[in-house]
Design a protein around this ligand. Structure first.
Ligand SMILES: CC(C)(COP(=O)(O)OP(=O)(O)OC[C@H]1O[C@@H](n2cnc3c(N)ncnc32)[C@H](O)[C@@H]1OP(=O)(O)O)[C@@H](O)C(=O)NCCC(=O)NCCSC(=O)CC(=O)O
Length: 496
């Protein structure tokens, strides 16, 4: 881990040179004059060079205005007393009033022990101010520095739309030394580290301080972009679809070299910012969640990733919870949502049942169908069962020619109907799973013709889909939100 940076040093490394303007008035004096605490505060001020454990203000990152709040660890371990919480609270509210995105860089031992319970309660107003900031559709980015603990991690450190941490940083709830003193044994090694939290879906990235400006500016470019209405790029001219039957499509969709959501993003998106996990302690690689920009339109993408659904891994409840994180991001930030269906079916296991798979499918359907944000579903390949349907109910549904949608894998349906998986092709046709049928049924709005071999011609396949995506997104964001939602609800009321 790099040397611990002071608050001002960090700000100078991240913001454009000369852009920093402090918002801090003189901090309140929380200590009784002449008390031991007053002496500690005076010593902390002299040592840290700041008047409190937090500094706030505004500046620019790559030219974009941002509000910044940063802890000063040199001031009583970055701990939060009443004056620090009041300063943070005021800065968050000012950022909201001024319509500025907010970047927070905590580094703290949590609530200031010298001030006890009255200071502890400051976590509540800070959480309330951040909720109001997010509620105003403004981004909140968090960079957890070494060390971030206690009530700071448990309030403003854990409420980001996007959360990154410093490599090797100690990030945890109770400080390890406090744990050992209380319990007489050391806290397990390697748990309270940035890297471990990343692996558990609690962080989106671990990045060096020197990369923070670039990452923050990319994230903000994507998050702040949709407020501009962009010209609609030309759509793809309608091309003749081939004559493949449903079963041929099923077989084509299962070819190992068929492009998946990652290939599509690599080729089609101008910017991709991966997010990791649910932000609540789960990761599922079968669901890809990211912020992306296609042409000039930014969106949240959640996509079933075929590369991670092979052999023993399939889409589980955590993947669907990750999808719901994407839905709330889109709702809060007013970003369009692109959902990508490509699954051979959700996980069938004890863990999935006990983890609430069916409930997660229900919650995805329920949230997606009424989501305020513009929504676009792309059927990319396989589309088996509730795990696929969970990402379907969008304003517009675009399908690659050989994608399909069915209540079970066709072999499963054949087993139910005929006790014979060998009759899967016949059942696929009868169940109307092909895109031709889905177009007739009004499930799909547009089918994109595929090259003769999507695996061989991955570029053509992805480029065509990208053109359609860009076009559809640009059209969608122009529609009045009330009309869009009403049309969507009417559409899904007609289906099924
Ligand atoms: C954060 C740390 C891991 C950092 O360890 P380091 O060895 O790097 O640094 P350190 O311990 O020497 O700390 C530097 C200085 O900051 C002071 N310091 C640290 N945390 C403090 C706090 N919460 N209140 C008041 N002072 C604090 C230390 O006493 C020390 O002062 P000096 O230099 O004078 O010796 C450790 O300080 C720590 O465990 N702090 C407590 C973390 C914690 O459990 N917080 C919960 C608080 S309750 C809370 O926040 C509410 C909640 O949990 O919900």
């Amino acid at each position: 881990m790099s040397r611990r940076l002071g608050a001002q040093e960090l700000i100078d490394r991240v913001l454009d040179a000369g852009s920093w303007v402090s918002w801090d008035a003189e901090a309140d004096e929380p200590a009784e004059p002449g008390s031991a605490y007053a002496a500690e505060l005076a010593a902390a001020r002299a040592r840290a060079g700041t008047d409190e454990s937090i500094i706030t203000g505004r500046g620019t990152v790559s030219g974009r205005p941002v509000a910044v709040v940063a802890s000063e660890f040199g001031f009583l371990g970055g701990s939060m007393g009443r004056a620090a919480s009041a300063r943070l609270h005021d800065a968050v509210r000012r950022a909201t009033r001024e319509g500025l995105p907010l970047v927070a860089a905590p580094c703290s031992g949590g609530t200031r022990m010298q001030e006890g319970t009255p200071a502890f309660l400051g976590m509540v107003k800070v959480a309330a101010a951040i909720t109001a900031h997010r509620g105003a559709g403004l981004p909140y980015l968090v960079y957890l520095r070494h060390p971030t603990t206690g009530g700071v991690f448990a309030s403003w450190g854990s409420l980001g739309h996007f959360t990154a941490a410093e490599p090797g940083a100690l990030v945890g709830f109770l400080g390890p030394r406090v744990f050992e003193a209380l319990h007489g044994r050391p806290f397990p090694e390697g748990v309270q580290t940035a890297e471990n939290l990343l692996a558990h879906g609690l962080l989106d990235a671990v990045i060096e301080v020197d990369d923070l400006a670039q990452v923050a500016s990319q994230v903000l470019d994507v998050l702040m972009a949709p407020r501009e209405v962009v010209p609609v790029p030309p759509g793809l001219p309608l091309e003749d679809l081939g004559t493949a039957d449903a079963w041929e499509s099923v077989e084509r969709s299962r070819r190992p070299d068929r492009p998946g959501v990652r290939d599509l993003l690599r080729r089609a998106a101008d910017v991709v910012i991966p997010l990791s996990g649910t932000a609540q302690g789960e990761v599922d690689d079968t669901m890809l969640l990211c912020l992306a920009r296609f042409g000039t339109t930014s969106c949240v993408v959640l996509g079933q990733d075929r590369r991670h659904q092979s052999g023993t891994t399939s889409l589980g409840p955590a993947g669907l919870r990750e999808a719901r994180r994407g839905m709330s991001l889109a709702r809060e930030l007013g970003l369009p949502l692109v959902s990508v269906i490509d699954t051979a079916g959700a996980e069938l296991s004890r863990a999935a049942e006990e983890g609430g798979l069916a409930g997660e499918i229900a919650r995805c359907l329920a949230e997606l169908v009424v989501l305020e944000a513009p929504t676009l579903c792309l059927m990319l390949g396989e589309g088996a069962g509730g795990g696929a349907l969970a990402l379907l109910p969008a304003d517009r549904v675009v399908a690659a020619e050989h994608s399909w949608l069915s209540p079970l894998p066709p072999e499963g349906a054949a087993a139910i109907l005929h006790r014979d998986v060998g009759r899967a092709a016949e059942v696929a046709a009868a169940q109307r799973v092909s895109t031709r049928d889905l177009l007739d049924l009004g499930v799909v709005d547009r089918v994109v013709a595929e090259p003769a071999d999507a695996g061989q011609d991955a570029e053509v396949f992805c480029d065509r889909l990208a053109l359609v995506l860009q076009h559809e997104l640009a059209v969608l964001v122009r529609v009045d939100p009330r009309d869009r939602l009403r049309d969507r609800l009417e559409r899904y009321a007609r289906l099924g």
